[in-house]
Design a protein around this ligand. Structure first.
Ligand SMILES: Nc1nc2c(ncn2[C@@H]2O[C@H](COP(=O)(O)O[C@H]3[C@@H](O)[C@H](n4cnc5c(=O)[nH]c(N)nc54)O[C@@H]3COP(=O)(O)O)[C@@H](O)[C@H]2O)c(=O)[nH]1
Length: 692
């Protein structure tokens, strides 16, 4: 049967043709519907099926299709007379139509799936392209040089910023080994370690940041920071590195580190660096079985130069000393400044003590030469203490401590000389060290107490005040007088805490006497030169007074003449600050040594205290009497009160009274007493006075 017969066959009518067309289109429409419903998209390929099938069925291939269908046995089912047959088609045509519909559905389905796969692939491709473009744009936009390095160490990727950092065009770097850029400092990018880096990344290696030394095209070394990460690419893992130039940051860091380890005035190593370099020197000496000498320098008469000619001159002198010190030792030796006028030289690689002596003598000679500073020619000299490694100590701390002790010995031996540390100096230094430890303990345990010596009006013999004198009451031992521990407290700096305690305790006792009904009194407190020169002394006094709630006018601070004389201008400022607080100032030990009276008008004082060395001899020694006389007269001229200490006899008291010395204190009246004894003594004294 061919197509024309088929059209002309049974029931061959427009209606039959229409029915055939509907039957062909229906499965196709169904397939389209199914694809859209269940797969969610159109199947455009299915559109080709109807015309193809129509050609097949109605064209010359119809017999072949029928034969195939029949031979496959499918046709038998359809060739059977169906119970419900298509009214418009022959059995063969029905079979053909069923086969068509299967093929149609299958093709539509396949077409749909194909289309879906294509669309998915297209989407993936587009997103890949997008992310690659984004990545490229980001890598190009960043100011940091970005490199991609393969497992073989070759650069696979370089962004535009590499040009700025390394001087290479990006394309110049592609394919070149990364160690042309990173010659040192980043082990992961060295040939031998690169493999290990990649291996580590496979077992969960996380990104890291390293500081590296990189090299640019011109061989210049750059301080850089490399952030390393790992990327999986189709061609294998890639070490992705961002490299930032941190030269400026490193320079700033180095400046900060340098500043932290060097003395700003002389540029020499400071204490921290001296310890560090010294420790290295000791290790090296120990390996080579050599000696190291620690030289501790203190400049003689530097303070007066500083005070007289000003800090600028003093600073220039210290710079000159630093220069001479450096010039006099070898480059391998260490020269540093501990602070103030104290310098250190660590002489390494010494074989004998004679070597050290030779260098010390040379340094003494060099530093003793006058310094020309502007118009001035100023001379200082060093006192040098020397300790040796390993004999005098095996660590820097001990060596410096022992050299310092030897330096004090040199000062005591007339200055401008050097002294080696000895067993005798050691004993002395150890005693000082032990005393310092015991003082700390004493402060912690509250072992200090105050004794109070009455101060009387020489005319009326009324008690006008008390001088507070510190004592150290030791367990199972007699109390120690201040002469035994004040110097050690000053050296160790513990005097600040002790001084604070003395002032606070004296104020507390003053308040207690007031409450007990004692007449209004002034309380005198001794101030150490170390306390007086401390930066925050005024503030400390203000806090103490405020804490005690005492009327500041009742407090007399006793400062020695020597303390004031050492730095007159500075002392005058400090005294003026203290006066602003409302306290009174007494110049203690007046007449002992300095007696440069010209400065007295510059400083605000309320009282002069005639030193007890004159008062005790006032009746036997005309010279002492003359001095006491002069001090009292001077006090009158200056409008200050005058107090004489150390009055031990009626005779001395009479002489002082005759010269109108205002106040007096001494064993004639009373030895220093406890707070309670003082109150009783005052009452008894008043009673005796009334009776007389
Ligand atoms: N920084 C501080 N220094 C203090 C403090 N307390 C005392 N000191 C100073 O210690 C030095 C010795 O003092 P001290 O052993 O207490 O002796 C004082 C008196 O006991 C003694 N004195 C008093 N009258 C007489 C006397 O008639 N004869 C005699 N031989 N000695 C006597 O004099 C010392 C008082 O001296 P001064 O201070 O000059 O008035 C002494 O220098 C104290 O300053 C303190 O808390 N902090």
């Amino acid at each position: 049967m061919h197509s024309s017969n088929w059209f002309r066959g049974t029931g061959d009518s427009p209606l039959r043709s229409f029915a055939m067309a509907v039957l062909i289109v229906l499965p196709f429409a169904f397939a389209q519907y199914a694809a859209r419903t269940y797969l969610g998209f159109r199947a455009p390929l299915g559109l080709l099926i109807p015309p193809v099938m129509i050609c097949v069925v109605f064209g010359g291939w119809r017999p072949a299709v029928l034969a195939t269908v029949t031979s496959l046995g499918i046709g038998a089912f359809f060739l059977m007379e169906p119970r419900y047959s298509f009214a418009v088609a022959s059995t063969e045509d029905r079979a053909v139509l069923v086969v068509f519909s299967f093929i149609c559905s299958f093709m539509s389905l396949m077409g749909g799936m194909l289309e879906r796969a294509e669309r998915k692939a297209g989407c993936l491709m587009r997103s890949l392209q997008e992310s690659e473009q984004t990545m490229r744009a980001l890598l190009q936009a960043t100011t940091q040089a970005a490199l991609g390095v393969g497992q073989d160490g070759l650069i696979r990727f370089a962004n535009e910023a590499v040009r700025r950092l390394f001087g290479y065009a990006p394309e110049e770097l592609i394919g070149r080994p990364v160690w042309v850029l990173v010659p040192e400092g980043l082990p992961e990018l060295q040939p031998q370690d690169l493999e290990a880096f990649f291996a580590a990344s496979r077992t969960g290696y996380t990104s890291q940041v390293r500081e590296v030394k990189a090299r640019d095209k011109h061989g210049r070394l750059i301080a850089a920071e490399a952030s390393l990460g790992m990327a999986d690419t189709p061609s294998g893992p890639l070490a992705v590195t961002f490299v930032a130039d941190i030269t400026r940051r490193k320079e700033a860091e180095e400046r900060i580190i340098h500043a932290a380890r060097h003395d700003p005035l002389t540029g020499l190593p400071n204490r921290a660096l001296i310890y560090e370099l010294g420790a290295h020197a000791l290790v090296a000496a120990s390996r080579a079985d050599r000696k190291v000498a620690m030289l501790f320098f203190d400049l003689d008469r530097f303070k007066p130069i500083n005070d007289t000619y000003g800090h600028e001159t003093g600073d220039r002198m210290l710079q000159e000393v630093a220069r001479r010190l450096k010039a006099a030792v070898r480059a391998s030796d260490v020269v540093g400044r501990l602070g103030g006028d104290e310098f250190i030289a660590i002489l390494t690689d010494m074989q004998t003590e004679a070597d050290v002596t030779h260098t010390a003598a040379h340094l003494l000679q060099s530093l003793g030469q006058p310094c020309r500073i502007g118009e001035l020619e100023l001379a200082t000299s060093p006192s040098i203490g020397i300790s040796l490694y390993p004999a005098d100590g095996r660590d820097i701390d001990t060596l410096i401590r022992h050299a310092d002790a030897a330096m004090y010995h040199a000062k005591g031996a007339g200055r401008n000389n050097f002294q080696f540390f000895t067993a005798e100096i050691n004993d002395h230094a150890e005693h000082a060290f032990m005393l310092e430890q015991r003082l700390r303990e004493a402060l912690r345990r509250g072992e200090f107490e105050l004794a109070y010596q009455p101060v009387l009006d020489t005319r009326s013999m009324r008690v006008v005040g008390a001088e507070a004198l510190v004592r150290w009451k030791q367990e199972d031992a007699p109390s120690l007088p201040p002469a035994e521990f004040i110097a050690a407290a000053e050296t160790s700096g513990l005097i600040h805490q002790i001084g604070d305690w003395v002032l606070a305790e004296a104020c507390r006792q003053h308040d207690a006497w007031r409450r007990q009904g004692l007449p209004p009194l002034r309380i005198a407190v001794n101030v150490s030169p170390v306390q007086f020169r401390a930066k925050h002394f005024r503030r400390r006094v203000a806090e103490m007074l405020a804490g005690a709630g005492i009327d500041p006018a009742c407090v007399e601070l006793e400062v020695t003449e020597a303390t004031v004389m050492k730095q007159v201008e500075q002392a005058a400022r400090t005294l003026a600050g203290l006066k602003e607080l409302g306290v009174r100032i007494t110049l203690d030990d007046f007449g002992t040594g300095y007696s440069c009276l010209g400065y007295l008008s510059q400083i605000p004082i309320d009282k002069l205290k005639v030193d007890q060395s004159f008062v005790r001899r006032i009746s036997d020694d005309p010279h002492s009497l003359a001095i006491a006389d002069a001090v009292i007269t001077l006090g009158k001229r200056l409008g200050t009160e005058v107090v004489a200490e150390g009055i031990e006899s009626e005779q001395a008291l009479d002489l002082l009274r005759q010269r109108e010395c205002d106040h007096g204190q001494g064993y004639l009246f009373s030895r220093p007493l406890t707070g309670a004894q003082f109150a009783t003594w005052c009452r008894d004294h008043d009673a005796r006075r009334v009776l007389h």
